[in-house]
Design a protein around this ligand. Structure first.
Ligand code: SF4
Ligand code: SF4
Length: 320
């Protein structure tokens, strides 16, 4: 039994995902996260509430449009910088959003014909989401895929998560829960019977360094991983690899030992090379991107760390 009317707040839903668990999947991204990772590629996931985004590239400019200028009840939108018109023969005046005045009401987004302004954060009930999931089920069935529920931190919306996972299992759909592991054990325990695999991040094995990179220590995360393994849960361990943060041989040695401790619970270890493609998302939200010195690790470096883990006895280590 589950409640099909419970609502969750999402920032995105992606079909045909092939990197968030086995097979072809639909990945559902819930809003809200207790971590603040310096390398976060999805800053729109961090806050629980809806947030206004503005994409300069889509804005037609005040001379051509300007429809957003007079709709804001708080006067948060005014003329801003300029950009060249698509033909390059004139300057277009852009808009700017004063975030200190904006309460994310969404009126300007409704008025924007180009969808340069848009609100990120939409509610779906369990049943509304299941209607979409059912349409994509044939692809899961032929590929060994299913549904991945991600975030943000999906355990931040525990009532929705539990009911949605129950709905999926009622219809024989494979479920993956992508989590930071930074949550009360009781919440994790409640979803265990309905979760086929946890996509579980191990960002740094040293707690102080973990806190520097994410804002929280790692003890709870490691302890929850041990408890999940003991309770019979399965893992795809995910490791974002960031030069100048967690890439050292010593950290990977500790990581390998910890993963071995989890034993047969670990089905896959996925090494994710750092990239900075998410920077533009911070700009859309009008936020400064955290300063991070890291550059993308080379293929050779990723292969070296993969081999280090394999030499320790880990199997099924993949790079993506
Ligand atoms: S979301 Fe609402 S408050 Fe914010 S800029 Fe747009 S109209 Fe103004
Ligand atoms: S309504 Fe949209 S496209 Fe038009 S000026 Fe405002 S942000 Fe730009």
């Amino acid at each position: 039994m589950y409640d099909k009317n419970v609502k969750g707040k999402f920032y995105d839903i992606q079909g045909f995902s092939v990197h968030d668990g086995p097979g072809i999947r639909t990945t559902c991204f819930l809003k809200g996260c207790p971590l603040r990772c310096l390398w976060c590629h999805s800053p729109e996931s961090q806050e629980f509430g809806p947030e206004l985004n503005w994409m300069e590239i889509k804005c037609s400019g005040i001379e051509e449009c300007g429809k957003c200028l007079n709709v804001c009840p708080h006067g948060a939108i005014t003329p801003g910088g300029t950009k060249k018109s698509p033909t390059g023969d004139k300057d277009l005046t852009l808009v700017k959003v004063d975030r200190s005045k904006c309460d994310n009401c969404g009126k300007c987004a409704e008025a924007c014909p180009a969808q340069a302004l848009y609100i990120c954060g939409k509610d779906y009930t369990v049943e509304e989401l299941m209607e979409r999931i059912r349409r994509e089920k044939p692809f899961y069935d032929t590929s060994g895929g299913g549904v991945t529920i991600s975030g943000g931190e999906c355990l931040n919306q525990p009532e929705f998560l539990l009911n949605f996972l129950k709905a999926c299992k009622d219809e024989d759909i494979h479920t993956a829960v992508d989590t930071t592991g930074f949550a009360q054990w009781e919440l994790i325990e409640s979803i265990l019977p309905y979760t086929d695999i946890f996509l579980y991040d191990l960002k740094h094995m040293d707690s102080e360094m973990h806190k520097r990179g994410t804002g929280v220590p790692n003890e709870l995360i490691l302890e929850n991983a041990r408890k999940i393994a003991k309770a019979g849960g399965k893992f795809q361990i995910r490791v974002p690899v960031m030069p100048l943060y967690n890439e050292s041989e010593e950290n990977f040695d500790k990581l390998g030992k910890f993963v071995l401790e989890l034993g047969d619970a670990v089905e896959v270890v996925q090494l994710l090379p750092y990239h900075n493609l998410g920077v533009v998302k911070w700009e859309r939200l009008g936020r400064d991107h955290p300063v991070l010195e890291a550059t993308a690790p080379s293929n050779e470096f990723m292969e070296m760390r993969k081999k280090q883990l394999e030499d320790m006895g880990l199997t099924n280590v993949i790079i993506h």
